[in-house]
Design a binder for this molecule. Structure first.
Ligand code: 6R9
Length: 635
């Protein structure tokens, strides 16, 4: 029990040391004390990063849903497991207790079994953020089917690629979805996708927007009547520790999306343990992560991590700007949210709006604020800290990846003193290393390099679905015996890590390595600037020069543009140095972003270098129309 909940910094260092000196003993103790197993493991860990092969808790048997649901029934049966907050604030929130969740998952599991889904089969879930999404995920886990959730903002092409890559036999979707004031025809997207997916035999359709849709006889079935008829209990399938739990696609810098495969026991242990500590979760808390379950953040920290701890986890169907920019804070007040976990892109969007939207609401329930998905710039950090946390709620800047399954570098709130833009210290059990270009580890502090992990952790992805070689090449071939993250990082004087951005975003100007994030931070601090992205473009003398795409705040739009350019460069010169000055500054009304909020720099790089003949795949962009505008006005 003692190691499960870290309470002060000295304890962090003690437990950390223990976890790296003897990882097997450490994780064995956590696994033994906090989970229910059908059969104990024979071996805690075996690994070889050269193959690569990693196995945790080999020989153990379990079902993750027994850990996330069944075991809570005697003590938390009437506690809210999932608190569903609909898109429309006028629609009532739904409290789903652990007992109700158990019944709903069992019924869904029985429907899947009845449709012929067996252990090991792949099921694609393409649903909006409604309770059926979490229920479907858990129902797959209940019967040992491998879920592949595809974010319901992806196009039919992207959906078809993912369905075919993992040979899904069944798709769970809905008649449509609400997104702010809009409705989206999800079933139409599925129908189009399935024209190219001969392997899909069955489509289950949840009713959400009550629209008139086409149902293909034999293939398509309304979900609710099947659930109504299904038996409300189900004996969980017994899974081996290393049986796949799910596939989740993530885009690579090149080529097709990679289906990252996560397995059962290690993923469960690590997501539960990180959830407990990174959010300092307590029994009475109401925890809210605003991500979509279509991303890893939703898998690990809306569904599995919170439920494994018997928590109340909020599922929000809506968007931050509907019906107005106060929506997040209204929900925090209404449900007395204690932990709030979101992305810097959302914070920056809200920070552009009037402060009244925040100040109107009582946010005093908040204890911990989280950030994930990209580096959080200093201005956004302070806005979040001052206006949402009222300087009373520590911000946990959590660095991790789809591939890592769980949070890897993060403060522990009320334990680790925070510093803006720093993800701070490695989580318990995580052994980071900074590497130079020649493959040598850079020791000591006040250094920067490429971020690698030296030792396995329980929730790491085990392979890429159907392509183990690509898994090895992408993550284990750059540095011997290390997992390479693709990110750059610096380690400061006290050993805190700051993620400087993807290594492919590093720009070498006159022989100096410049990370995009610190330069963008500096630009964003200019009072007229809302957001920026910089890329490199070829330069005769310097090798590369910097090109900045900058979105102005409303207040900046009337300013003289050349004066603004000078001021921005002056600011960069002061904060980073003249080497980081921008050669070109283009003011734009938006930046091309993926649906998870990441700027697609590949496109900006092409435009900056005047090479727009082949912009590559823009189908995953949230706002493809912006590309033309930026091209038309390029410098
Ligand atoms: C969880 C998630 C992973 C990439 C990662 C890094 C960036 C995520 C970050 C962060 C700086 C943080 N990233 N969290 N960069 N600070 N706190 O986002 O997974 O969608 O796979 O993205 O996101 O570049 O390598 P995923």
């Amino acid at each position: 029990m003692s190691n499960y909940h870290i309470k002060h910094l000295e304890e962090y260092y003690q437990v950390y040391r223990k976890s790296v000196r003897n990882p097997e003993a450490f994780w064995e103790e956590i696994a033994e004390e906090h989970f229910v197993w059908r059969k104990r493991w024979n071996n805690v860990l075996s690994w070889d990063f050269r193959k690569p092969e990693v196995k945790w808790f080999e020989g153990a048997q379990l079902n993750i849903t027994e850990n996330c649901i069944d075991r809570h029934l005697p003590t938390r049966g009437d506690k809210t497991a999932i608190l569903f907050e609909p898109n429309d604030p006028k629609e009532e929130a739904e409290h789903i207790t652990y007992r109700q969740l158990h019944q709903r998952v069992c019924k869904m599991a029985n429907v899947l079994l009845e449709k012929g889904i067996k252990k090991g089969d792949r099921v694609c879930i393409y649903l909006p953020m409604i309770p059926e999404l979490a229920v479907s995920v858990l129902a797959c886990a209940r019967i040992g089917a491998i879920h592949s959730v595809v974010f319901a903002g992806f196009s039919s092409n992207a959906l078809a690629t993912r369905i075919n890559d993992s040979d899904c036999k069944l798709v769970i979707t809905s008649d449509g979805s609400y997104r702010g004031a809009k409705t989206i025809d999800l079933k139409g997207i599925v129908d189009k996708a399935l024209e190219g997916c001969p392997g899909v035999e069955t489509v289950l359709v949840a009713k959400r927007i009550h629209s008139d849709i086409d149902m293909m006889p034999q293939r398509d079935h309304w979900l609710q009547p099947l659930l109504d008829d299904a038996y409300g209990d189900n004996v969980a399938e017994i899974m081996n520790a290393e049986d796949p739990l799910f596939i989740l696609y993530t885009s690579g810098s090149t080529g097709r999306p990679k289906g990252m495969v996560h397995t059962t026991a290690g993923y469960m242990v690590y997501t539960a343990y990180t959830f407990k500590n990174v959010f300092q979760y307590r029994e009475e808390d109401v925890y809210w992560c605003t991500a979509d379950i279509g991303w890893i953040t939703g898998h690990s920290y809306i569904v599995y991590g919170p439920l494994a701890n018997g928590a109340t986890t909020v599922m929000f169907e809506g968007i931050p700007s509907y019906p107005d920019f106060g929506r997040f804070w209204e929900v925090v007040q209404k449900h007395k949210v204690t932990q709030f976990y979101t992305a810097p892109t959302a914070i920056r969007a809200l920070a552009k709006e009037n402060l009244d939207y925040v100040e109107k609401y009582d946010l005093s329930s908040l204890k911990v604020l989280g950030s994930v998905g990209e580096p959080i710039n200093e201005e956004a950090w302070h806005w979040y800290n001052n206006n949402v946390g009222k300087k009373n709620s520590p911000i946990v800047d959590t660095w991790w990846q789809t591939e890592t399954g769980g949070i890897m570098i993060s403060p522990i709130p009320y334990v680790t003193p925070t510093t803006p833009t720093y993800a701070t210290l490695p989580f318990i059990g995580i052994q980071p290393a900074l590497m130079d270009e020649n493959g040598t580890e850079i020791k000591g502090n006040q250094v920067d390099g490429r971020l690698c992990i030296k030792f396995p952790w329980p929730s790491m992805a085990r392979t890429i679905w159907g392509n183990h070689e690509r898994y090895r090449d992408t993550y284990f071939s750059a540095y011997e015996n290390m997992y390479f993250t693709g990110d750059g990082a610096l380690r400061d004087a006290v050993g805190y890590y700051r993620i400087t951005g993807r290594v492919d975003d590093v720009i070498i100007v006159s022989g100096h390595n410049l990370g995009t994030a610190p330069i963008e931070d500096s630009i964003n601090e200019h009072p007229a600037v809302a957001e920026s992205a910089i890329v490199g473009f070829p330069h005769d003398v310097k090798g590369n020069a910097l090109y900045g795409y900058i979105i102005l705040k409303e207040t900046g739009e009337s300013r003289d543009k050349n004066n603004l350019r000078k001021e921005i460069n002056q600011q960069i010169t002061e904060q980073i140095g003249p080497i980081a000055k921008l050669d070109k500054i283009q003011f734009v009304s938006g930046l091309p972003k993926t649906r998870s909020g990441k700027i697609m720099r590949r496109i900006l790089r092409k435009i900056a270098s005047g090479d727009t003949s082949n912009l590559g795949d823009t189908s995953t962009l949230l706002n493809p129309e912006i590309v033309q505008e930026i091209m038309d006005e390029a410098l």
